[in-house]
Structure formats: C-alpha cells, structure tokens
Design a protein around this ligand. Structure first.
Ligand code: NDP
Length: 334
C-alpha cells in the first residue's frame, strides 16, 4: 500500500517507517521542516525516493493542515496518524496539548474525506491514557473502557489530566467522525501505555529524548542514585511491537473499526533498574543500592487478547525492551 504516516520525526513513527518498509509498503511521512525530513531520509540511504519521501505539515493544530499532504501522487491507500504532542511541559493545556491532538485528528479525517477518496484504511495512535481511570479502576481493563476526564478538567487541572483529555477527546472525535459521515475508509485505533524501546538514531540529543524513555535515561545517568522514583505508569509495550501492530492493523481486515489495547503487561521501576544492573555492570554505580519494588500488588488486571489474536503480536519481554533501550542510548552517547 501507499501510506501517509504523520509525525515522522516521532519515536513511534520512526519504528513504523521500518515496519512499513519491511512490509513492502511505500511511505510518505509528514514532518514540520525540511531539516527533519532530510535527516530521516539520510538514515535510510538505500531506500529509493519512490519508497520513502516526506511532505511538510507545519502545525497539525491548524484546521486545514493536512488538506494538501493527503493528496498523494500516486494516491494513498492508507494513513497512519501518530502525530500528537506527548510531553508534560504545558503552559496552556488547550494550545499545547488539546488543540493539536483533537484538531490534528479531525483535520486529517476531514482532509481524507475531501481530498483522498482512495484512502481505505486509517490507523490512529491513541493511548491507554484514553482508557485509564486512575480514581476508579475496573477489575480488568480492555477496549471497552474510556477515561471520564471532562473538557473542563482537561483544560484546567494539571498536565497529566490535560494529556489524558487530549487523547480521549481526539480518539472520540475520530470514532464520531466515522459514525457521523459517509466515509470511504475504516478506522482502527492503537491504545498503548508507556512505550519503551530503542530510541531513534537521529534525535538531537539525550536531553531531548522522547517522554516515555526519560526514566530509563535518567536512571543510566545516575539521577536516581539515591532512590528510585515511584512508578507512575505500570504497563508497558515495546515500540517495535507497537509499530508492527500499526502496520498489521492497517493490513488486516479483521482489524477494521476496532480499538486495540496494545500492552505486553505490568512492570515497575525496580524491575527496570534490576535489568540494567544485571546486564550493564558498567552502570552499577549510577543505580541505587536499594531496588525494592514500590508496588506490592498491581491494582487491576488487563485483557490484551484482541491485539494478541487479531494482530498476532508476540509481546517482547521487559528485559529485551530495557536492554535494547539502554544500548541505543549508549550508542547515542549516554
Ligand atoms: P514523540 O514526541 O516522539 O512524537 C510526536 C510527534 O508528533 C513528533 O513527530 C512531533 O513533531 C509531532 N507533533 C506534535 N505536535 C505537533 C504539531 N503541533 N504539529 C506537527 N507535528 C506535531 O512522541 P511518541 O512517538 O512517543 O508519540 C507518538 C504518538 O503516540 C502520540 O500520539 C502519543 O500520544 C502516542 N502515545 C505515545 C506513548 C508513549 O509512551 N511514547 C504512549 C501512548 C500513546 P516534532 O518532532 O516536530 O515535534
């Protein structure tokens, strides 16, 4: 298929590029600048332009941002929408998180509807943040759950609530769009929790690492030498499994019109620290002496069977994710 991939400079998108190319798809990714586009292309020197190229989309929070980008020549058959802000450096929740997430999502769907009638499949990267309700966890989380954050809470509480709101309202807007319009395409959404795994080779520096790998970076740089921080997100998935899930969701008919809870299972910071200690003796001094688990019992169960079955994912274990993440950071100068 010929695929438009948004947010090409992102951590997850970088791995989507790899799996799309492995699947023999043609990829056009969006980036905000030629500098970023050229940097990404330079990391795929043997891939011809017909297989991999980019198009500029400067700001997904603008209503018509995708109107031109979706007009592929030749036309696109599928769109993977990963672009959305994921950080907690928020001054204005609406401007910094909610608008790019929600308008970015509705904007790309409207653009496809208007200008890309050959697009048959759309896959959107949502999040477990759109599912989780930390104040009242159910017995078992699955794809039927939605967080109860209101727009008022998302706009006026704290960056974490703003992010959870941004993912929920963006994903809801996508499902409403396909319900309320006569569309030519089917939708799937990906709902991963914390995504770990090798960092992209072309990011600028370890200082600007993607949000979900920050804790591992801080651990190996000695920031938690005197004690590990409490584990905030207790579920993880490896970025390579998530990228493969995007591609399989795009390719498989059984995945159409479904949400997917994409997780390998539970973890906590002490597990990560122990894996690093056991596999990287040179980093022992950077880690705390005490590595007691901060969670004795996980507060809910999970059901990831839909993704396991329909997308045939064999979930990578935490050990593999952590080892490969640390190696990639060492290769980047950590
Ligand atoms: P990154 O920060 O690495 O990537 C985010 C991407 O979105 C970047 O390409 C960024 O461009 C782009 N982007 C953000 N805001 C805008 C904007 N206003 N205009 C144009 N482009 C924009 O994050 P991830 O790869 O981790 O996240 C990708 C997706 O996965 C997001 O939707 C996120 O919510 C979701 N997700 C991530 C999880 C994780 O643990 N990593 C967990 C669950 C969901 P630029 O580089 O130019 O800023």
């Amino acid at each position: 298929m010929r695929v438009l991939l948004t947010g090409g400079s992102g951590f997850i998108a970088a791995h989507c590029v790899d799996y799309l190319l492995q699947g023999n798809h043609e990829v056009v990714f969006t980036v905000r600048s030629h500098e970023k586009g050229k940097k990404i292309l330079s990391n795929h020197p043997n891939v011809p332009e017909a297989k991999l190229s980019y198009v500029i989309v400067e700001d997904i929070a603008k209503e018509d941002a995708f109107d031109e980008a979706v007009k592929g020549t030749p036309p696109f058959q599928a769109v993977l929408h990963t672009a959305s802000p994921f950080h907690f450096n928020v001054k204005d929740a609406k401007k910094d998180l909610l608008d790019p997430a929600i308008i970015g999502t509705t904007g790309i769907l409207k653009a496809i509807q208007k200008n890309a009638p050959q697009v048959k499949r759309v896959v959107i990267t949502s999040s477990f943040a759109a599912i989780v309700n930390p104040k009242q966890n159910p017995d078992t989380y699955d794809e039927s759950h939605w967080n109860p954050v209101t727009m008022d809470e998302a706009t006026n509480t704290d960056p974490g609530t703003a992010y959870r709101g941004s993912k929920k309202f963006a994903e809801k807007a996508a499902w409403d769009f396909v319900k309320d319009n006569k569309v030519n395409f089917t939708l799937s959404t990906m709902n991963p929790p914390l995504v770990l795994g090798p960092v992209v080779h072309y990011f600028n520096s370890l200082d600007s690492i993607n949000t979900s790998n920050e804790t591992i970076r801080d651990m190996i740089q000695g920031k938690f030498k005197d004690g590990l921080p409490p584990t905030r997100v207790i579920l993880f998935v490896d970025v390579r499994d998530l990228a493969l899930a995007h591609v399989r969701a795009m390719e498989r008919e059984e995945a159409e019109n479904k949400r997917f809870f994409i997780t390998a299972g539970f973890f906590q910071n002490s597990d990560v620290a122990k894996i690093i200690k056991d596999n990287f003796p040179e980093l022992k001094e950077k880690l705390p002496k005490e590595m007691e688990p901060d969670i004795k019992e996980f507060p809910y169960k999970i059901d990831n069977s839909r993704a396991t079955k329909i997308l045939s994912i064999e979930w990578r274990k935490l050990e593999e994710s952590v080892i490969d993440t640390v190696k990639s950071m060492q290769a980047a100068g950590a």
